[in-house]
Design a protein around this ligand. Structure first.
Ligand code: MN
Ligand code: MN
Length: 466
């Protein structure tokens, strides 16, 4: 009897989150699987920030979105987008109320950790041709050796014309690789700390091993690669200086597990939230307030740069929309709400000691709300208010969205940030939320399908809220 009484109190008073599969209806499960098939397709089309923008425009155009041009009249339900230099994009669905009531904003990023080519990448050594790389974002260098790699990007030629380069994704394409030491000779390397065993300057991509035929000169292996590049892309070595060529892991997104409950892929951070935003803004029913979906670039290197969230490109887009309605941008921003949609760390029992288990995000518990990110004493965090957390919590509960609270890990274990603080700086109430990820920033990251779907539902109710 005493035992029963205790449970009644617990039920009434205690917070006891449950695994999402204990609560998911069969109908929702079907919707979840359908959503995740579309998401995997998005991942396979979006290996770089540029490809994400291209694919986003394709999907949005098919749903009636048009490029916004300053001065365009805006009517309720109009769908517009602004392509920021092919590297970032913002979409808006114009609401019933004018922008003085504020906008509902989802801000995700579509750049992901990778290896960029250095400005002068090509050389030969020991009769093999290599491209030197410079990593972009936080990587663990030992992840990038001995895995198949693709190359994507653009080269601006001497005459100013641009040529796109995509090698390694199509069946039958060659791929690239960075080699590692064999264990037989790795005795000294094996004693080094993980972050020193593979130095940055050894992340050199193997791209050729055949000399230029019929010539008696030096650098024949490098020259043979240049000849092939010239034949295919019409480029010369100097053109590689005005290029953005990104080395990314090869392979497609795949279901993981006997029960197919996970998806592994390159770039879940943060395409899993970007796609949730996109699907959310596509599906949101006639929003009262204007809905804005952002794919930002440069988040992984601090959101700097003209395509990053610190750029005024966002403010210009919003100011142009406001101007069309005779509204001051500052009034719009002050009344806006932003979900900084970015991934969080999922509790990994294989590395239990870096997590505070009572405050960690767990796979299959739903979207992870993050009151603050940052490091140490919340340094670098925008630290959302109780009111902002309360607003989102109520919204998700009222709409049957599974959610959990999340901290990145133990306070002393490290830290990280998102674009949240750059939205908050603009006087926008902002909360971080996103999908918990296993092996975040690895070439192949893992997420749970249920959490992907709940993040989509989150974005949709954010865009539909008043
Ligand atoms: Mn991220
Ligand atoms: Mn990241």
């Amino acid at each position: 009897m005493a035992e029963k009484k205790k449970n009644e109190w617990a039920e009434k008073l205690a917070y006891a989150p449950k695994n999402g599969y204990e609560r998911l209806s069969a109908e929702e499960e079907r919707a979840m699987h359908a959503y995740c098939e579309d998401y995997k397709d998005f991942l396979d089309h979006g290996k770089t920030e540029r490809l994400c923008v291209e694919h986003c425009i394709e999907l949005a155009s098919a749903r009636g979105f048009v490029p916004y041009e300053k001065g365009m009249a805006l009517r309720t339900g109009d769908k517009v987008y602004y392509n920021n230099r092919g590297k970032a994009i913002m979409l808006a669905v114009i609401g019933e109320q004018d922008l003085s009531h504020g906008a509902n904003i989802g801000a995700a990023h579509t750049d992901a950790p990778r290896l960029d080519l250095k400005p002068r990448p090509l050389y030969e050594e020991a009769e093999m041709a290599y491209l030197k790389t410079h990593h972009y974002g936080g990587i663990r260098k030992y992840h990038w050796v001995t895995i198949p790699l693709e190359l994507h990007g653009v080269v601006v030629r001497g005459d100013g014309s641009t040529v796109a380069v995509h090698i390694g994704a199509d069946e039958g394409d060659p791929q690239f690789i960075i080699n590692d030491l064999l264990p037989h000779l790795g005795r000294e390397q094996g004693k080094k700390p993980l972050n020193e065993a593979i130095p940055s300057e050894s992340l050199n991509l193997l791209v050729g091993g055949r000399p230029l035929a019929g010539e008696d000169c030096s650098d024949r292996f490098k020259l043979n690669v240049l000849k092939l590049l010239n034949e295919k892309y019409g480029i010369v070595e100097e053109d590689l200086i005005s290029a953005e060529l990104e080395v990314v892991p090869a392979g497609k997104a795949r279901d993981i597990g006997f029960d197919r409950s996970f998806i592994a892929s390159y770039g879940h951070d943060d395409r899993v939230c970007a796609y949730a935003e996109l699907a959310g803004i596509f599906d949101a029913k006639s929003p009262k307030r204007t809905a804005v979906c952002i794919f930002a670039d440069k988040e992984e290197i601090g959101s700097e740069g003209v395509s990053g969230m610190l750029s005024q490109a966002f403010d210009k887009f919003m100011a142009d929309l406001c101007e069309a309605q005779g509204v001051a941008l500052r009034d719009c921003l002050a009344n806006s709400f932003c979900l900084s949609a970015d991934v969080t760390a999922a509790y990994d029992p294989n590395f239990a000691d870096v997590y505070d288990k009572r405050n960690a995000a767990f796979v299959n518990y739903g979207v992870g709300l993050c009151k603050y990110t940052g490091a140490g004493g919340k340094s670098g965090a925008s630290d959302a208010s109780a009111e902002v957390v309360g607003r989102v919590r109520k919204l998700l509960n009222d709409n049957g969205v599974f959610w959990q609270m999340a901290e990145l890990g133990k306070t002393d274990a490290g830290g990280g940030g998102t674009v949240a603080k750059f939205m908050a700086q603009r006087n926008i109430d902002t909360l971080d939320a996103g999908v918990p990820v296993l092996s975040m920033h690895a070439p192949y990251e893992t997420v749970a399908k249920l959490d992907c779907y709940m993040t989509y539902k989150t974005m949709r109710v954010i865009f539909e809220q008043n």
